[in-house]
Design a protein around this ligand. Structure first.
Ligand code: DAH
Length: 342
């Protein structure tokens, strides 16, 4: 009997101590102090015992009952104190919702603007070969213009002599070749993605960044189409009062080629520190697709013509939001990232 009492006591106190809420505590009160409890059953055995045994057991059972009641009471006080510690007048914890990274949001926004005027999104591949990244884009092997597109080469042997070596694409222009090899004109395509260059990382360079490439091929496509499309984009992206300036430039894959500037949105063209007092900010490169590029993709340049353009997502995001260090995009500091809604 003494053994039973000890067992019940340690079990009851243990369970009460582990109780997580009022409900559980009430269950335990019924289990140990209720009419059908083991303790009560032991009480009912008292009349069968001898006089001395009765007194000892009675006292022992009473003190067990008391210990269990007290443990329940203490635990109850514990719960009540904890309830009081919750100050319901305090403001709720802030809930943070995830959101798109600013670079993804801006890429999507750029693509949407072009999609609305009939462009179709096609993503290229990040691993490329020399044919798509260079040769087909009229950048011949050993030509000095390749140096302008410093490249990470991959340590994988070439598929065939035409493909050349494998590499991480250094621009999104190979998307032009991927589409033109497979699709008959007319088409208008917008192609976003990552590009890689072995540049030393600093405030304006990163070994990986993002570009969006656009191109359109049909009969009778002219430079004026390119101008109209880019002006439409710039007004939608930067605001209606933006002006564009086309400066003659050289790219191997376009002829004629141009670099495009927008009027500085800080000083509205008057000249300030952001635009280095020029009043203009460069946003992209573009031109009429070189006949050699069309030929490389078996598109007849005497029948078809096209325009192409390519822009850096980081660059135009930095211009739009006045961000002065490209590294901020990749550090994933939540204080930086949560500032942007696109
Ligand atoms: N691929 C060029 C670069 O990475 C950008 C570019 C310039 C793309 C002119 C074009 C273009 O499609 O026509 O610097």
């Amino acid at each position: 009997m003494q053994e039973d009492i000890k067992k019940i006591e340690s079990q009851a106190l243990g369970e009460i101590n582990n109780a997580k809420d009022y409900r559980r505590l009430d269950e335990l009160r019924i289990k140990y102090l209720g009419r059908k409890s083991q303790i009560n059953q032991l009480f009912s055995k008292i009349p069968q015992l001898t006089q001395e045994e009765r007194a000892g057991l009675g006292r022992r059972l009473n003190s067990l009952k008391e210990a269990v009641s007290k443990a329940i009471e203490d635990k109850m006080k514990d719960f009540t104190a904890k309830d009081k510690a919750i100050d319901v007048t305090l403001p709720a914890d802030e809930i943070y919702f995830g959101r798109k990274h600013i670079l993804s949001a801006v890429s999507e926004r750029i693509c949407n603007i072009f999609e609305k005027i009939g462009f179709v999104v096609v993503e290229g591949t990040e691993t490329e070969d020399e044919w798509h990244n260079f040769s087909a884009l009229n950048i011949p092997l050993e030509h000095p213009s390749r140096e302008a597109f410093d490249t990470f080469y991959l340590d994988i042997s070439a598929r065939n002599s035409k493909s050349g070596k494998y590499l991480l694409r250094s621009h999104t222009s190979p998307s032009q070749i991927r589409v033109m090899e497979k699709t008959k004109p007319p088409f208008a395509v917008i192609s976003p993605g990552r590009v890689y260059r072995p540049d030393k990382v600093d405030a304006s360079h990163s070994f990986m960044f993002h570009q969006v490439e656009g191109f359109c091929v049909d009969e009778g496509i002219k430079f004026s189409h390119l101008k109209g499309v880019l002006l439409h984009f710039a007004k939608n992206f930067f605001g209606n009062d933006v002006s564009l300036r086309f400066r003659p430039h050289f790219f191997p894959f376009t002829e004629p080629s141009a670099e495009v500037d927008i009027s500085c949105m800080i000083c509205k063209g008057a000249g300030c520190s952001v635009c280095s007092r020029k009043g203009w900010l460069e946003i992209l490169g573009c031109g009429m697709i070189h006949p050699n590029v069309l030929k490389a993709c078996r598109i007849n340049p005497s029948k078809y013509s096209g325009f192409a353009f390519g822009m850096g997502v980081e660059r135009i995001t930095m211009l739009k939001y006045g961000i002065n260090d490209i590294r901020l995009f990749y550090e994933n500091d939540i204080r930086f990232l949560t500032q942007f809604y696109e």
